[in-house]
Design a protein around this ligand. Structure first.
Ligand SMILES: [Zn+2]
Length: 393
């Protein structure tokens, strides 16, 4: 049992309150010196909570701040993310900085986007590419031997912390990290989705993590290094991604990489839906119309886009969910319209009224707005020669 039941609830409440209190003071700080003092105390407490498996204290503090003080919430969330994804570890008696990286990719397939164990040769090759393009000279590198879907990744701060500690240990010994595939959830099958390889870079404390941070290296060489790395990673993953179209995104620290990939996935999903309609039903973007609406459940949750033939006000052939991710509805509408136009769809209906956040009772697929103003299930066109092999939602 991870949690110590002899530590009282009162003690946990006090720790959560202390975290919230320190974060409020940090958010009011007017200078770097004061920042550093509050940060030091927060980091100490956060690391202690994570190391003891009491990350619920952190969640409690964040819950409180999310309702009362958004600046303090952001400050505490930043520090908690950093404590979960990075650490100082000892190797041969010397302190080292260790960082958990996520290498994200966007993929779509008419069949299934894989989430699977990576062969040892693939894992070793990924480590070589990280060493060759990203990490500072002499850095130790660890790679987990699995291509994760978003719902298989470690989720809470505590889960991320534990995963990172194991991977740092493997990096210190120059070994691959084995992931128990049986312990992972079966991913929800989507037409387009993100996938992640998790890796770690470990360097002597205070030294450069990335190649472009080293003394004498032009910091602007980052862009070329990242481009070279993503091109190489795309090659290395080719045997794994059979039957998929995919795009490797820039690697980043774990939490930042997930946020960026979530954002990038929105337009990529639209692109995938249109490519799918062309490939499967020979429907070009110019023959299609899109319907955009906000779907809500108490508060706005997400935008949904129904795509069907021009002239058909009822049937939706394919749909895309566009999560707001902190954007407001108006901004999301503008982004969606711009993305649709870039992709060649110019007939766009935007409904001003909000739809209830509905899903299909049978298969759980989201319902999409049609031009007539209803939410409907996406259906393959009746006259199509080729019907989809598997349900796409
Ligand atoms: Zn259904």
């Amino acid at each position: 049992m991870r949690r110590n039941r002899f530590i009282s609830r009162a003690r946990h409440t006090a720790d959560a309150e202390t975290l919230a209190k320190l974060a409020r003071r940090l958010s009011e700080s007017g200078c770097r010196l004061e920042d550093q003092l509050w940060e030091r105390r927060l980091l100490e407490l956060l690391k202690d909570r994570l190391a003891r498996g009491f990350d619920t204290d952190i969640e409690t503090a964040l819950d409180d701040l999310s309702r009362t003080n958004t600046r303090a919430y952001d400050d505490l969330a930043d520090l908690a993310e950093s404590c979960a994804e990075s650490a100082v570890i000892e190797i041969d008696g010397r302190p080292h900085d260790a960082l958990l990286l996520a290498l994200p990719l966007l993929a779509w397939s008419r069949y299934k986007v894989p989430a699977a164990t990576l062969a040892p040769a693939v894992v070793d090759n990924i480590a070589v590419q990280i060493g060759g393009h990203l990490a500072a000279r002499g850095a130790r590198i660890g790679v987990a031997d699995y291509l994760f879907s978003i719902d298989q990744l470690p989720e809470s701060f505590g889960d991320v912390y534990e995963f990172a500690q194991r991977l740092f240990e493997c990096a210190a010994h120059g070994s691959r990290m084995k992931v128990d595939a049986k312990s992972l959830r079966e991913p929800v099958s989507m037409l387009a989705d993100t996938r992640y390889v998790l890796a770690a870079i470990v360097v002597p404390q205070g030294q450069a993590l990335y190649h472009w941070q080293e003394t004498g290296v032009d910091p602007d060489s980052k862009a070329a290094a990242v481009d070279a790395f993503t091109a190489q990673l795309a090659n290395v993953l080719q045997p794994v991604m059979t039957g998929c179209r995919y795009r490797v995104l820039a690697p980043n620290a774990f939490h930042a990489a997930l946020r960026i990939a979530d954002r990038e996935l929105r337009e990529f999903s639209l692109e995938a839906a249109l490519a799918y309609l062309k490939l499967t039903y020979d429907l070009a973007p110019s023959a299609l119309q899109a319907t955009v609406a906000a779907f809500e459940d108490k508060r706005i949750e997400e935008m949904r886009i129904g795509i069907g033939r021009i002239g058909d006000e009822d049937q939706i052939i394919e749909g895309v969910v566009w999560p707001l991710l902190g954007d407001d509805e108006e901004r999301a509408q503008e982004d969606i319209e711009a993305a649709l136009r870039r992709l060649g769809v110019t007939r766009i209906t935007t409904h001003a009224h909000r739809f209830p956040l509905e899903f299909c009772d049978d298969c759980g697929a989201p319902l999409f707005p049609n031009p007539a103003g209803h939410s409907v299930h996406a259906e393959a066109p009746e006259d199509a020669d080729e019907q989809p092999v598997a349900p796409l939602h």
